[in-house]
Design a protein around this ligand. Sequence first.
Ligand SMILES: Nc1ncnc2c1ncn2[C@@H]1O[C@H](COP(=O)(O)OP(=O)(O)OP(=O)(O)O)[C@@H](O)[C@H]1O
Length: 364
Amino acid sequence: MGSMKTAALISGGVDSAVAVHLLKEQGITPDLFYIKIGNGPQGEWDCKAEEDWEMATAVARRYGCKLKLIDLQKEYWDEVVGYIVDRLRKGLTPNSDVMCNKYIKFGCFEEREGHNYDRIATGHYAQTETDEAGRVWLTTAPDPIKDQTDFLAQLDGFSVRKLIFPIGGLMKDEVRKIAQAAHLAPAKRKDSQGICFLGKISFSELARKYLGEKEGLVVEQETGNIIGKHKGYWFYTIGQRKGLGFGGGPWYVVRKDIKRNIIYVSRGFETKAAYGKAFRIEMPHFITYNPYEADGDYRVTFKVRHTPEFTPGRLLVRGGKYELHSDELIQGIAPGQFAVLYDEQAHRCLGSGEIGLLPPAKIQ
Ligand SMILES: Nc1ncnc2c1ncn2[C@@H]1O[C@H](COP(=O)(O)OP(=O)(O)OP(=O)(O)O)[C@@H](O)[C@H]1O
């Protein structure tokens, strides 16, 4: 490792600070990079970003590391916010964390600075392993609550070979203990909340700003009864329960008719319409290598949202088309959201693709 050049992405949070601490313990002094996104299209800093930068500065000083600020404001709004608004307009459910990692933390960063380094360290909860053939795989973290491989599932083999995750094998409370014992400035900071970089801006605010409002009907799926009005299908996600504001619920959003701007809802705690078993994976992306190239019926595990559990199921591959059939009913299969594929042991994260709908006949 001696002559290897290492960069570390530092956020001002506890995880990346401990990552730097652990690198130093191994005798590695990384160059630190803080990515600035800002919170508005003009790149205004909010107070959290200011505090993040201060924390990053404190960590750099403490460990004698160089620290550089990389402004990826424009790239973020073009690529990530552009993607979010495009998917909302199409009635799909975007995932900004996945795209932020792909385009910003590993895409643009590599172009700007990363290419000067042999290794890039981050504070993600994820691991890598090399197989007998020399292939490097992204593998899950032992802390099921913190595992972030799903957010990294659009990376490519090149990035994964360069990446190191110094805290990836630890539990969150171990990371906190290390931070406290080392008296790191960010030790007591709360875990970052909300969607990648957008901070306090929500998808609804982006939808309101870029897509406006357009009144439409809310219809009960089972009866066809009109039960209310809404302000635009882009404010709703399949599986959504909160914030619908109709009496007599709970109501779930179960379907959207984009052409007619109609939201279909279903009532009850265990409503059948809110659950599904099978979906298509659109344009599946494989990180290292595609073990499911040949037509077949493969045992896998997967996630359709950021949860600690992996769901078991079968991946059906026919002529380059990929269908996932879950063993158990899952709630809120939202088109556009990423389905992340893992091997049967939920160990290797193989890749991901956006969820697409199957014709109803294939779902039974
Ligand atoms: N603004 C940023 N600039 C540079 N790197 C960042 C930035 N935000 C996040 N990262 C990198 O991505 C990793 C995962 O970020 P995430 O937003 O999931 O925060 P986290 O898991 O709470 O980590 P942390 O405690 O370090 O903020 C961070 O540990 C860091 O390496």
